[in-house]
Design a protein around this ligand. Structure first.
Ligand SMILES: Nc1ncnc2c1ncn2[C@@H]1O[C@H](COP(=O)(O)OP(=O)(O)OP(=O)(O)O)[C@@H](O)[C@H]1O
Ligand SMILES: O=C(O)[C@@H](O)C(=O)CO
Length: 411
Protein backbone atom coordinates (compact mmCIF):
# COMPACT_ATOMS: atom_id res chain seq x y z
CA UNK A 1 0.00 0.00 0.00
CA UNK A 2 1.34 3.42 -0.95
CA UNK A 3 -1.15 5.91 0.46
CA UNK A 4 -2.88 5.26 3.79
CA UNK A 5 -6.04 7.25 4.51
CA UNK A 6 -8.07 7.76 7.65
CA UNK A 7 -11.57 9.19 7.15
CA UNK A 8 -13.57 10.64 10.03
CA UNK A 9 -16.86 9.43 8.55
CA UNK A 10 -18.04 6.90 5.99
CA UNK A 11 -19.38 9.17 3.25
CA UNK A 12 -16.28 11.34 3.44
CA UNK A 13 -14.14 8.23 3.13
CA UNK A 14 -15.98 7.13 0.00
CA UNK A 15 -15.61 10.68 -1.37
CA UNK A 16 -11.83 10.37 -0.95
CA UNK A 17 -11.77 6.81 -2.30
CA UNK A 18 -13.67 8.08 -5.37
CA UNK A 19 -11.04 10.75 -6.05
CA UNK A 20 -8.15 8.30 -5.70
CA UNK A 21 -9.83 5.59 -7.80
CA UNK A 22 -10.61 8.07 -10.60
CA UNK A 23 -6.98 9.17 -10.53
CA UNK A 24 -5.96 5.57 -11.19
CA UNK A 25 -5.08 4.21 -7.74
CA UNK A 26 -6.32 0.73 -6.87
CA UNK A 27 -8.37 1.82 -3.89
CA UNK A 28 -10.33 -0.02 -1.20
CA UNK A 29 -12.52 1.49 1.51
CA UNK A 30 -12.52 -0.35 4.84
CA UNK A 31 -15.20 -0.11 7.48
CA UNK A 32 -13.21 0.46 10.68
CA UNK A 33 -9.69 -0.86 11.19
CA UNK A 34 -9.31 -4.23 9.42
CA UNK A 35 -8.19 -7.17 11.54
CA UNK A 36 -6.03 -8.74 8.83
CA UNK A 37 -3.64 -7.56 6.14
CA UNK A 38 -4.79 -5.73 2.99
CA UNK A 39 -4.67 -7.44 -0.42
CA UNK A 40 -1.23 -6.97 -1.90
CA UNK A 41 -2.48 -5.09 -4.98
CA UNK A 42 -4.20 -2.27 -3.01
CA UNK A 43 -2.38 1.04 -3.60
CA UNK A 44 -4.61 3.30 -1.49
CA UNK A 45 -6.49 2.09 1.59
CA UNK A 46 -9.15 4.29 3.18
CA UNK A 47 -10.02 3.31 6.75
CA UNK A 48 -13.45 4.79 7.51
CA UNK A 49 -14.09 5.71 11.12
CA UNK A 50 -17.18 7.17 12.67
CA UNK A 51 -15.10 9.60 14.67
CA UNK A 52 -16.33 13.04 13.61
CA UNK A 53 -18.71 13.63 16.51
CA UNK A 54 -17.41 11.33 19.24
CA UNK A 55 -15.34 12.16 22.32
CA UNK A 56 -11.97 13.63 21.14
CA UNK A 57 -9.87 11.13 23.15
CA UNK A 58 -11.71 8.24 21.56
CA UNK A 59 -11.35 9.81 18.09
CA UNK A 60 -7.59 10.06 18.67
CA UNK A 61 -7.39 6.47 19.93
CA UNK A 62 -9.24 5.09 16.89
CA UNK A 63 -7.23 7.23 14.46
CA UNK A 64 -3.91 6.07 15.93
CA UNK A 65 -5.07 2.46 15.68
CA UNK A 66 -5.90 3.06 12.00
CA UNK A 67 -2.48 4.70 11.54
CA UNK A 68 -0.67 1.67 12.99
CA UNK A 69 -2.54 -0.68 10.66
CA UNK A 70 -1.78 1.50 7.63
CA UNK A 71 1.89 1.68 8.61
CA UNK A 72 1.93 -2.12 8.89
CA UNK A 73 0.71 -2.24 5.27
CA UNK A 74 3.81 -0.25 4.25
CA UNK A 75 2.15 3.12 3.51
CA UNK A 76 4.56 5.86 2.47
CA UNK A 77 2.19 8.78 3.17
CA UNK A 78 -0.83 9.29 5.43
CA UNK A 79 -3.94 11.33 4.57
CA UNK A 80 -6.42 12.42 7.26
CA UNK A 81 -9.76 13.08 5.53
CA UNK A 82 -12.31 15.37 7.16
CA UNK A 83 -15.25 17.26 5.77
CA UNK A 84 -14.97 19.92 3.08
CA UNK A 85 -17.11 22.03 5.39
CA UNK A 86 -14.69 21.36 8.29
CA UNK A 87 -17.48 19.75 10.37
CA UNK A 88 -16.26 19.77 13.96
CA UNK A 89 -16.86 21.30 17.37
CA UNK A 90 -14.58 23.72 19.26
CA UNK A 91 -13.16 20.65 21.07
CA UNK A 92 -12.46 18.76 17.88
CA UNK A 93 -12.12 16.31 16.44
CA UNK A 94 -10.07 17.64 13.54
CA UNK A 95 -7.43 19.39 15.68
CA UNK A 96 -6.82 16.64 18.26
CA UNK A 97 -6.59 13.92 15.59
CA UNK A 98 -4.32 16.02 13.33
CA UNK A 99 -2.06 16.80 16.33
CA UNK A 100 -1.84 13.13 17.34
CA UNK A 101 -1.09 11.94 13.80
CA UNK A 102 1.51 14.71 13.34
CA UNK A 103 3.22 13.66 16.56
CA UNK A 104 3.17 9.95 15.68
CA UNK A 105 4.54 10.64 12.19
CA UNK A 106 6.99 13.37 13.25
CA UNK A 107 5.26 15.63 10.70
CA UNK A 108 6.09 19.34 11.00
CA UNK A 109 4.48 20.86 7.92
CA UNK A 110 0.89 19.67 8.00
CA UNK A 111 -1.38 20.88 5.19
CA UNK A 112 -4.91 21.84 6.29
CA UNK A 113 -7.00 22.08 3.13
CA UNK A 114 -10.70 21.16 3.09
CA UNK A 115 -11.25 22.72 -0.37
CA UNK A 116 -13.38 20.80 -2.90
CA UNK A 117 -14.08 23.12 -5.84
CA UNK A 118 -16.10 20.39 -7.65
CA UNK A 119 -18.63 20.65 -4.82
CA UNK A 120 -18.33 24.43 -4.44
CA UNK A 121 -15.95 24.53 -1.45
CA UNK A 122 -13.07 26.97 -1.88
CA UNK A 123 -10.60 28.63 0.47
CA UNK A 124 -9.46 32.22 0.08
CA UNK A 125 -7.21 34.00 2.60
CA UNK A 126 -7.96 31.17 5.00
CA UNK A 127 -11.75 31.62 4.80
CA UNK A 128 -13.87 28.65 3.72
CA UNK A 129 -16.64 29.30 1.20
CA UNK A 130 -19.53 27.06 0.13
CA UNK A 131 -20.29 28.31 -3.37
CA UNK A 132 -20.82 32.07 -2.95
CA UNK A 133 -21.42 31.94 0.81
CA UNK A 134 -19.10 31.94 3.79
CA UNK A 135 -19.26 28.57 5.59
CA UNK A 136 -21.16 30.06 8.53
CA UNK A 137 -23.84 31.51 6.22
CA UNK A 138 -24.24 28.43 4.03
CA UNK A 139 -26.75 26.45 6.13
CA UNK A 140 -23.89 24.66 7.94
CA UNK A 141 -24.53 26.95 10.92
CA UNK A 142 -27.65 24.78 11.48
CA UNK A 143 -25.98 21.36 11.28
CA UNK A 144 -27.61 19.04 13.87
CA UNK A 145 -24.30 17.78 15.35
CA UNK A 146 -21.51 20.14 14.27
CA UNK A 147 -22.96 23.62 13.62
CA UNK A 148 -20.30 25.74 11.91
CA UNK A 149 -20.50 29.32 13.22
CA UNK A 150 -17.21 30.61 11.78
CA UNK A 151 -15.57 30.44 8.35
CA UNK A 152 -12.02 31.35 9.35
CA UNK A 153 -10.02 28.12 9.10
CA UNK A 154 -7.03 29.48 10.99
CA UNK A 155 -9.25 30.45 13.90
CA UNK A 156 -11.19 27.16 13.77
CA UNK A 157 -8.02 25.09 13.69
CA UNK A 158 -6.27 27.17 16.37
CA UNK A 159 -9.20 26.51 18.72
CA UNK A 160 -8.74 22.75 18.31
CA UNK A 161 -5.00 22.22 17.83
CA UNK A 162 -2.11 22.67 20.25
CA UNK A 163 0.01 24.13 17.46
CA UNK A 164 0.08 27.54 15.87
CA UNK A 165 -1.52 27.78 12.47
CA UNK A 166 -0.05 29.32 9.33
CA UNK A 167 -1.42 30.22 5.89
CA UNK A 168 -0.27 29.73 2.32
CA UNK A 169 -2.36 32.42 0.60
CA UNK A 170 -3.87 32.19 -2.87
CA UNK A 171 -1.29 34.51 -4.43
CA UNK A 172 1.42 32.00 -3.47
CA UNK A 173 -0.65 28.98 -4.50
CA UNK A 174 -1.15 30.51 -7.96
CA UNK A 175 2.66 30.56 -8.42
CA UNK A 176 2.76 26.75 -8.25
CA UNK A 177 4.19 23.84 -6.28
CA UNK A 178 7.67 25.24 -5.64
CA UNK A 179 6.28 28.50 -4.20
CA UNK A 180 3.80 26.55 -2.03
CA UNK A 181 6.59 24.31 -0.69
CA UNK A 182 8.76 27.38 0.04
CA UNK A 183 5.93 29.11 1.91
CA UNK A 184 5.28 25.98 3.98
CA UNK A 185 8.97 25.86 4.87
CA UNK A 186 8.77 29.52 5.93
CA UNK A 187 5.72 28.76 8.08
CA UNK A 188 7.61 25.87 9.66
CA UNK A 189 10.58 28.14 10.42
CA UNK A 190 8.13 30.57 12.04
CA UNK A 191 6.98 27.77 14.36
CA UNK A 192 3.69 27.00 12.62
CA UNK A 193 2.96 23.29 12.35
CA UNK A 194 -0.60 23.32 10.94
CA UNK A 195 -0.75 25.22 7.64
CA UNK A 196 -4.02 26.26 5.99
CA UNK A 197 -3.54 26.34 2.21
CA UNK A 198 -5.85 28.40 -0.01
CA UNK A 199 -7.36 26.61 -3.04
CA UNK A 200 -10.00 27.88 -5.46
CA UNK A 201 -9.67 25.52 -8.43
CA UNK A 202 -8.70 21.93 -9.13
CA UNK A 203 -5.54 23.33 -10.78
CA UNK A 204 -4.55 24.79 -7.37
CA UNK A 205 -5.11 21.43 -5.72
CA UNK A 206 -2.87 19.73 -8.31
CA UNK A 207 -0.07 22.16 -7.40
CA UNK A 208 -0.67 21.64 -3.67
CA UNK A 209 -0.58 17.87 -4.32
CA UNK A 210 2.77 18.21 -6.07
CA UNK A 211 4.08 20.32 -3.16
CA UNK A 212 2.95 17.58 -0.77
CA UNK A 213 5.22 14.95 -2.33
CA UNK A 214 7.14 13.22 0.45
CA UNK A 215 5.30 14.91 3.33
CA UNK A 216 4.42 12.28 5.95
CA UNK A 217 0.93 13.72 6.66
CA UNK A 218 -1.66 15.65 4.68
CA UNK A 219 -5.06 16.66 6.08
CA UNK A 220 -8.16 17.92 4.31
CA UNK A 221 -11.03 17.19 1.99
CA UNK A 222 -10.91 14.88 -0.99
CA UNK A 223 -9.84 17.76 -3.28
CA UNK A 224 -6.31 17.94 -1.96
CA UNK A 225 -5.88 14.24 -2.86
CA UNK A 226 -6.37 15.01 -6.57
CA UNK A 227 -2.66 15.49 -7.19
CA UNK A 228 -1.30 12.74 -4.93
CA UNK A 229 -1.52 9.65 -7.21
CA UNK A 230 0.78 11.37 -9.73
CA UNK A 231 3.46 11.62 -7.00
CA UNK A 232 3.52 7.81 -7.02
CA UNK A 233 3.75 7.67 -10.85
CA UNK A 234 0.08 6.65 -11.22
CA UNK A 235 -2.15 7.92 -14.07
CA UNK A 236 -5.98 8.17 -14.37
CA UNK A 237 -7.71 4.95 -15.50
CA UNK A 238 -11.34 3.84 -15.96
CA UNK A 239 -12.95 2.34 -12.84
CA UNK A 240 -14.44 -1.14 -13.51
CA UNK A 241 -18.04 -1.90 -12.42
CA UNK A 242 -20.50 -4.78 -12.65
CA UNK A 243 -24.15 -3.56 -12.73
CA UNK A 244 -26.27 -5.09 -9.95
CA UNK A 245 -29.83 -6.31 -10.56
CA UNK A 246 -32.55 -6.27 -7.88
CA UNK A 247 -34.60 -4.02 -5.64
CA UNK A 248 -33.29 -0.55 -4.71
CA UNK A 249 -34.29 1.62 -1.72
CA UNK A 250 -33.24 4.95 -0.18
CA UNK A 251 -32.58 5.64 3.53
CA UNK A 252 -31.97 9.25 4.55
CA UNK A 253 -31.08 10.65 7.98
CA UNK A 254 -29.36 13.69 6.50
CA UNK A 255 -30.95 17.05 7.34
CA UNK A 256 -28.72 19.11 5.05
CA UNK A 257 -30.09 21.66 2.63
CA UNK A 258 -29.03 19.59 -0.39
CA UNK A 259 -30.59 16.36 0.89
CA UNK A 260 -33.86 18.10 1.74
CA UNK A 261 -33.99 19.41 -1.85
CA UNK A 262 -33.30 15.92 -3.20
CA UNK A 263 -36.06 14.50 -0.99
CA UNK A 264 -38.59 17.07 -2.22
CA UNK A 265 -37.68 16.24 -5.81
CA UNK A 266 -37.88 12.50 -5.13
CA UNK A 267 -41.22 12.64 -3.28
CA UNK A 268 -42.81 14.29 -6.33
CA UNK A 269 -41.93 11.15 -8.33
CA UNK A 270 -41.68 8.21 -5.88
CA UNK A 271 -43.27 6.98 -2.66
CA UNK A 272 -41.79 8.16 0.64
CA UNK A 273 -42.26 7.29 4.30
CA UNK A 274 -41.37 9.83 6.96
CA UNK A 275 -39.62 8.46 10.02
CA UNK A 276 -40.89 10.20 13.14
CA UNK A 277 -38.12 10.40 15.80
CA UNK A 278 -40.67 10.42 18.66
CA UNK A 279 -42.35 7.28 17.31
CA UNK A 280 -38.95 5.62 16.87
CA UNK A 281 -38.03 6.44 20.46
CA UNK A 282 -41.34 5.24 21.93
CA UNK A 283 -41.29 2.13 19.71
CA UNK A 284 -44.52 2.77 17.79
CA UNK A 285 -42.69 3.00 14.45
CA UNK A 286 -40.62 -0.18 14.10
CA UNK A 287 -37.70 -1.13 11.81
CA UNK A 288 -39.66 -4.18 10.63
CA UNK A 289 -42.66 -2.09 9.52
CA UNK A 290 -40.43 0.38 7.66
CA UNK A 291 -38.36 -2.37 6.00
CA UNK A 292 -41.53 -4.20 4.94
CA UNK A 293 -42.99 -1.01 3.48
CA UNK A 294 -39.81 -0.28 1.52
CA UNK A 295 -39.62 -3.85 0.25
CA UNK A 296 -43.23 -3.92 -0.92
CA UNK A 297 -43.36 -0.45 -2.47
CA UNK A 298 -42.72 -0.14 -6.23
CA UNK A 299 -40.32 2.30 -7.84
CA UNK A 300 -37.53 3.71 -5.72
CA UNK A 301 -39.09 4.12 -2.24
CA UNK A 302 -37.54 6.46 0.31
CA UNK A 303 -37.59 6.33 4.12
CA UNK A 304 -36.40 9.59 5.68
CA UNK A 305 -36.11 11.28 9.06
CA UNK A 306 -34.67 14.36 7.35
CA UNK A 307 -36.32 17.52 8.62
CA UNK A 308 -35.80 21.27 8.56
CA UNK A 309 -33.72 23.01 11.26
CA UNK A 310 -36.75 24.03 13.41
CA UNK A 311 -38.12 20.50 13.49
CA UNK A 312 -34.66 19.07 14.30
CA UNK A 313 -34.17 21.65 17.08
CA UNK A 314 -37.57 20.66 18.55
CA UNK A 315 -36.64 16.96 18.59
CA UNK A 316 -33.24 17.70 20.09
CA UNK A 317 -34.75 19.88 22.83
CA UNK A 318 -37.27 17.14 23.65
CA UNK A 319 -35.01 14.06 23.62
CA UNK A 320 -31.42 15.40 23.67
CA UNK A 321 -29.19 15.74 20.58
CA UNK A 322 -27.17 12.58 21.11
CA UNK A 323 -30.12 10.43 22.15
CA UNK A 324 -32.16 11.47 19.09
CA UNK A 325 -29.19 10.96 16.74
CA UNK A 326 -28.35 7.59 18.25
CA UNK A 327 -31.95 6.35 18.13
CA UNK A 328 -32.34 7.32 14.46
CA UNK A 329 -28.96 5.97 13.41
CA UNK A 330 -29.53 2.57 15.02
CA UNK A 331 -33.07 2.54 13.58
CA UNK A 332 -31.73 3.02 10.02
CA UNK A 333 -29.06 0.36 10.67
CA UNK A 334 -31.73 -2.09 11.79
CA UNK A 335 -33.93 -1.29 8.76
CA UNK A 336 -30.96 -1.91 6.44
CA UNK A 337 -30.20 -5.31 8.00
CA UNK A 338 -33.83 -6.38 7.52
CA UNK A 339 -33.82 -5.12 3.92
CA UNK A 340 -30.67 -7.10 3.09
CA UNK A 341 -32.27 -10.23 4.58
CA UNK A 342 -35.38 -9.64 2.45
CA UNK A 343 -33.16 -9.59 -0.65
CA UNK A 344 -32.77 -5.87 -1.40
CA UNK A 345 -29.56 -5.54 -3.43
CA UNK A 346 -29.11 -1.76 -3.89
CA UNK A 347 -29.15 0.49 -0.81
CA UNK A 348 -28.68 4.26 -1.07
CA UNK A 349 -28.00 6.18 2.12
CA UNK A 350 -27.80 9.92 2.74
CA UNK A 351 -25.80 11.46 5.59
CA UNK A 352 -22.37 10.60 6.96
CA UNK A 353 -23.47 9.45 10.41
CA UNK A 354 -26.47 7.64 8.98
CA UNK A 355 -24.33 5.90 6.35
CA UNK A 356 -21.77 4.84 8.96
CA UNK A 357 -24.50 3.34 11.10
CA UNK A 358 -25.92 1.43 8.11
CA UNK A 359 -22.55 0.06 6.95
CA UNK A 360 -21.64 -1.01 10.48
CA UNK A 361 -25.04 -2.66 11.07
CA UNK A 362 -24.70 -4.55 7.77
CA UNK A 363 -21.28 -5.70 8.98
CA UNK A 364 -19.68 -4.65 5.70
CA UNK A 365 -15.87 -4.81 6.10
CA UNK A 366 -14.52 -3.75 2.69
CA UNK A 367 -15.99 -1.82 -0.22
CA UNK A 368 -14.68 -1.87 -3.78
CA UNK A 369 -14.91 1.53 -5.47
CA UNK A 370 -17.02 1.87 -8.62
CA UNK A 371 -17.86 4.78 -10.94
CA UNK A 372 -18.76 8.27 -9.75
CA UNK A 373 -22.49 9.06 -9.44
CA UNK A 374 -22.16 12.77 -8.67
CA UNK A 375 -19.03 14.65 -7.51
CA UNK A 376 -17.76 12.98 -4.33
CA UNK A 377 -20.09 9.97 -4.41
CA UNK A 378 -18.97 6.66 -5.95
CA UNK A 379 -20.87 3.40 -6.41
CA UNK A 380 -19.58 0.83 -3.89
CA UNK A 381 -19.68 -2.95 -4.04
CA UNK A 382 -20.02 -4.52 -0.59
CA UNK A 383 -20.53 -8.16 -1.69
CA UNK A 384 -21.56 -10.27 -4.70
CA UNK A 385 -25.19 -9.40 -3.98
CA UNK A 386 -25.10 -5.96 -2.39
CA UNK A 387 -24.11 -2.58 -3.79
CA UNK A 388 -24.45 0.71 -1.95
CA UNK A 389 -23.87 4.44 -2.35
CA UNK A 390 -23.10 6.65 0.65
CA UNK A 391 -24.02 10.27 -0.01
CA UNK A 392 -22.54 13.05 2.07
CA UNK A 393 -25.24 15.40 3.28
CA UNK A 394 -24.51 18.28 0.96
CA UNK A 395 -23.50 16.35 -2.14
CA UNK A 396 -25.43 15.39 -5.23
CA UNK A 397 -27.74 17.00 -7.79
CA UNK A 398 -31.51 17.27 -7.27
CA UNK A 399 -32.16 13.94 -9.05
CA UNK A 400 -29.30 12.21 -7.20
CA UNK A 401 -31.33 9.27 -5.83
CA UNK A 402 -32.69 8.23 -9.25
CA UNK A 403 -29.27 8.67 -10.81
CA UNK A 404 -27.55 6.66 -8.08
CA UNK A 405 -29.97 3.73 -8.39
CA UNK A 406 -29.32 3.66 -12.15
CA UNK A 407 -25.51 3.82 -11.81
CA UNK A 408 -25.61 0.94 -9.31
CA UNK A 409 -27.72 -1.29 -11.56
CA UNK A 410 -31.30 -2.01 -12.48
CA UNK A 411 -34.46 -3.48 -10.93
N1 LIG B 1 -35.60 14.62 12.48
C1 LIG B 1 -34.44 14.58 13.13
N2 LIG B 1 -34.34 15.14 14.35
C2 LIG B 1 -33.16 15.12 15.02
N3 LIG B 1 -32.03 14.55 14.56
C3 LIG B 1 -32.10 13.97 13.34
C4 LIG B 1 -33.30 13.96 12.59
N4 LIG B 1 -33.05 13.28 11.44
C5 LIG B 1 -31.77 12.90 11.48
N5 LIG B 1 -31.19 13.31 12.62
C6 LIG B 1 -29.80 13.06 13.03
O1 LIG B 1 -29.00 14.10 12.49
C7 LIG B 1 -27.73 13.57 12.13
C8 LIG B 1 -27.51 13.88 10.66
O2 LIG B 1 -26.19 13.56 10.38
P1 LIG B 1 -25.73 12.81 9.08
O3 LIG B 1 -24.23 12.80 9.15
O4 LIG B 1 -26.40 11.50 8.90
O5 LIG B 1 -26.23 13.75 7.91
P2 LIG B 1 -25.48 15.05 7.35
O6 LIG B 1 -24.86 15.76 8.49
O7 LIG B 1 -26.44 15.78 6.49
O8 LIG B 1 -24.39 14.41 6.42
P3 LIG B 1 -22.82 14.70 6.34
O9 LIG B 1 -22.22 14.44 7.68
O10 LIG B 1 -22.39 13.71 5.32
O11 LIG B 1 -22.69 16.13 5.90
C9 LIG B 1 -27.76 12.08 12.39
O12 LIG B 1 -27.19 11.77 13.63
C10 LIG B 1 -29.26 11.80 12.40
O13 LIG B 1 -29.60 10.64 13.13
O1 LIG C 1 -15.78 16.43 2.33
C1 LIG C 1 -17.00 16.34 2.29
O2 LIG C 1 -17.76 17.31 2.19
C2 LIG C 1 -17.61 14.98 2.43
O3 LIG C 1 -16.75 14.01 1.92
C3 LIG C 1 -17.87 14.70 3.86
O4 LIG C 1 -16.97 14.39 4.59
C4 LIG C 1 -19.25 14.90 4.36
O5 LIG C 1 -19.56 14.02 5.41
Amino acid sequence: MLLGCIGDDFTGSSDLANTLAKAGMRTVQYSGVPDGPADAEVQAGVVSLKSRSIDPDEAVRQSLEALRWLQDQGCEQIFFKYCSTFDSTAQGNIGPVADALAEALDAHKVIVCPAFPGAGRSIYQGYLFVKDMLLNESGMENHPLTPMKDANLRRLMAAQSNHSVGLVPAETVFKGAAAIAAQMEAAHTAGQRMIVVDALRDADLMEIGAAAKGLPLITGGSGVALGLPANFGINPAPVPWQLQTGKAVVLSGSCSTATRGQIAYHLARHAGLKIDPAAVIDGTQTPQDVAQWLFETDGLPLAYSSADPDEVAGIQARFGTDAAAHALESFFGDVAVRLARMGVTRILTAGGETSGAVVEALNIRTMAIGPEIDPGVPALRASDTLVIALKSGNFGAEDYFEKAAAVLGQG
